[in-house]
Design a protein around this ligand. Sequence first.
Ligand SMILES: CC(=O)SCCNC(=O)CCNC(=O)[C@H](O)C(C)(C)COP(=O)(O)OP(=O)(O)OC[C@H]1O[C@@H](n2cnc3c(N)ncnc32)[C@H](O)[C@@H]1OP(=O)(O)O
Ligand SMILES: CC(C)C(=O)C(=O)O
Ligand SMILES: [Mg+2]
Length: 571
Amino acid sequence: MMLDNPASKYQPFVAVDLPDRQWPSRRIESPPQWCSVDLRDGNQALIDPMDLERKQRLFDLLVKVGFKQIEVGFPSASQTDFDFVRSLIEEDKIPDDVSIQVLTQARPPLIDRTFEALEGAKNAIVHVYNATDPMFRRVVFGVDKAECVQIAVEATTRIRQRMEAAPATQWTFQYSPELFTTTEMDFAVEIVEAVMGAFEPTPEQRMIVNLPATVEVAPPNNYADQIEWFCREVKNRDALIVSVHPHNDRGTGVAAAELTLMAGADRVEGTLFGNGERTGNVDIVTLAMNMYTQGVHPQLDFSNITPLMREVEYCNQLPVHPRHPYVGDLVFTAFSGSHQDAIKKGMADRRAHPEARWEVPYLPIDPMDVGRSYEAVIRVNSQSGKGGISYLLEQEHGIELPRRLSIEFSQVVQEVADRTGREITSTMIYQAFADEYLARNSPFALFGHRLSSEPDSPRVSVEATIEERGERRVIQGEGNGPLAAFIKALAAAGHDVEIIDYHEHSRGQGADAEAIAYVEVRIDGKAVFGVGTDESITSASMKGVMSAINRYLLTQAAAPNVTAESLAVTK
Ligand SMILES: CC(=O)SCCNC(=O)CCNC(=O)[C@H](O)C(C)(C)COP(=O)(O)OP(=O)(O)OC[C@H]1O[C@@H](n2cnc3c(N)ncnc32)[C@H](O)[C@@H]1OP(=O)(O)O
Ligand SMILES: CC(C)C(=O)C(=O)O
Ligand SMILES: [Mg+2]
């Protein structure tokens, strides 16, 4: 032992010797039996355990999600749990296809009280446990292996008798060798087989053997080895439903559940969002959604996950982390530029191929599948780039910036983001866009124009009323189209402007529809963008040119120093 290494006081886990393990090459192809233990294992870990109202709300939610097995409490432990079980039964609140499960220690008075609570239930699972791990046998119980087996067998016998005395209930028996993963594997099989000897399950009437990682102390592959080993070794495997109950002390509860299912487990006990003792039980939402994203429907409904999360937060009085898989407030949001750019392209590709499989960069799942919108997919701060800014303008304001303009405008937003150090909302982005381009109507303003053309001639004449530094006048020009004619008129008035690039589209629908024109011009060798909006596309394009001239005249000192050449290589 290295005395200067404080970690040397810990023991490494004992690996199972299973060189011919089969589970690594298996896949999960169907969902397991799910059992929610929110109302028991989750509840026993809360600062304030749930009262009857919260328990009932969570029970109703679990039923709605689709759980068919729900551990509703430890009725011999508290009056609240006892009363809750009684109210479920007496007020007929349990759907016929749902089994309630209750936990008891392997102690006769507690078993008797448990059966009192269950009187009149249609379907019930009685779950008894005792710790089998060597440290617990020595430190907590002061028993040897034989005495440990005796505790389990006597409890099983008593439970069997109580079940036989109440045949109107459809009973299922469940035994957990608590701390299975730190129990000697051959002893785990020995005690389970002794319990099976007392209960006598059959393939037609199976019992549940729940093999918990009560405290997660080893990597998930070892739990999987233990499950595969157990399933091979135990006699009458076909009379058992093998259940796993991962905890999350090492942060690998979900991985453990997945690998143990590959290793042969039939059933998983866990909680919504992973509430539970210490670092929690395995999170069934993540587990189920992981299956979903592999094309396996978990048969649990998480299609409207945000209200579900809020309800669970209310019942547990604990928040769900904003980065929690599939549900956290931030998990469908990209702030960083390259992610946003890729998402924007992926979403465009998706719109072009809506029937294709889901393939959007950085979004492992379609947010719509859990009831989230695309709204928060992109949010902008100083880590963002042009892709995200353009995406928000496009999605929320119908503005489809041409590429070079989006490069220029992203620098305007970047300046605001760097200066404030805060998130820039889509409203703020729109405002910055409007201030920068649309509000540019002085010192140069357009007050109206008239177009005319000769029949059969492509030539167009324009007569426009402009105001420059307070002085109003009429300018005239002729060209191959309205915009060309307007440029000619401006040249005659002393403003030499060359159109480099031009884009337009309509924005909004119906009576609210308007045209938006993006004009890139060269003035005195400098590339400048302008944007104009109007009901008429011709007016929008002229306003766009005016916006560019105004930006050139007024803001060139403050505006980013951009030339046509530099835009081609920026960002
Ligand atoms: C891994 C798990 O999640 S296990 C479930 C844990 N959940 C809970 O404990 C919540 C509900 N529990 C309780 O309210 C109480 O513990 C009760 C009502 C069940 C029992 O309370 P008490 O009778 O005061 O016993 P307490 O829990 O303090 O002590 C445990 C005693 O039961 C024994 N015991 C503990 N677990 C078991 C078991 N599964 N089977 C048999 N005996 C057990 C202990 O050895 C100890 O015996 P001792 O007094 O002779 O030393
Ligand atoms: C009661 C048992 C199954 C338990 O919660 C555990 O071992 O974690
Ligand atoms: Mg547990």
